[in-house]
Ligand binder design. Sequence first.
Ligand code: PSU
Ligand code: MN
Length: 306
Amino acid sequence: MTLDNFIEYAPEVAAAKAAGLAIVALESTIISHGMPYPQNVQTARDVEAIIRAAGVVPATIAVLGGKIRIGLTDAELELLGQSPEAMKVSRRDLPFVIASGRIGATTVAATMICAALAGIQVFVTGGIGGVHRGAETSFDISADLQELAQTSVAVVCAGAKSILDIGLTLEYLETHGVPVVSVGQDNFAAFYTPDSGFKADFRLDTATEQARFIATKWALGLAGGVVVSNPVPASAAMPRAEIDEITAQALAEAATQGISGKAVTPFLLARIKALTEGRSLATNIALVKHNANIGAQLALALMGSA
Ligand code: PSU
Ligand code: MN
């Protein structure tokens, strides 16, 4: 068994690799477990279009038919968006979903692994997983953080949701040597709102500066990811008091219902969406599109600093 048996490129991505063009990876758990149908599929298509319009090739990543797929067709995006049986796949789940031939939607951690295997340096998503509130008793820390510690992919996101303990998430990243770079402001972003109240490590506003920083890290042999925190545009942000109240309610419901393990994050995302009657979804869509622009520019700049 060699890696070639398990990885398949879409023609567009294979051509981009051969020509040395900039490529941006995209995850699929955001499609299957992060947003409802049909907005999930529409957003996935729109994000790919934004990246293409910037002259960069998008590669949405998932596991289908026993293979890691780098770049999906429209019909495959639809399949991921509509299949309740699609598994949420993190690092530990990857061999299972490949070996069993099931439908797998990759998280930030698994998408980083697949992007690195495919030689893709930039990955755009919405929010990263992190240290959950109450982790001192639940031990619930997303595998995304360990992946950032070891896999050399830059992850453009809108920070981390306040369903998490953002302060502890940043502490964990610091311990593991993962730099958190902020775009356009000093503080780390909080997904629905621009400001988490915690400072990011470094503020680098331009793609050129971000690319120079990332290329320097890797040239020094410092393997591992970089978090690029891009705040939601103010015009699309949610009122902080409202999101705080809804987050508290969603967390209380998760505790009452005994939700645990990999189900926690999808449960909270779905409850927040329901409790805001879809307004959080509009914010979510807007921030992912904004991240696509930043990620495409970063991928182009990285080609120049390679
Ligand atoms: N946070 C979001 N939206 C998401 C996710 C997180 O705001 O869709 C998804 C991502 O795929 C992320 C995963 O990698 O949830 C983290 O899950 P867990 O907390 O179980 O590691
Ligand atoms: Mn977890």
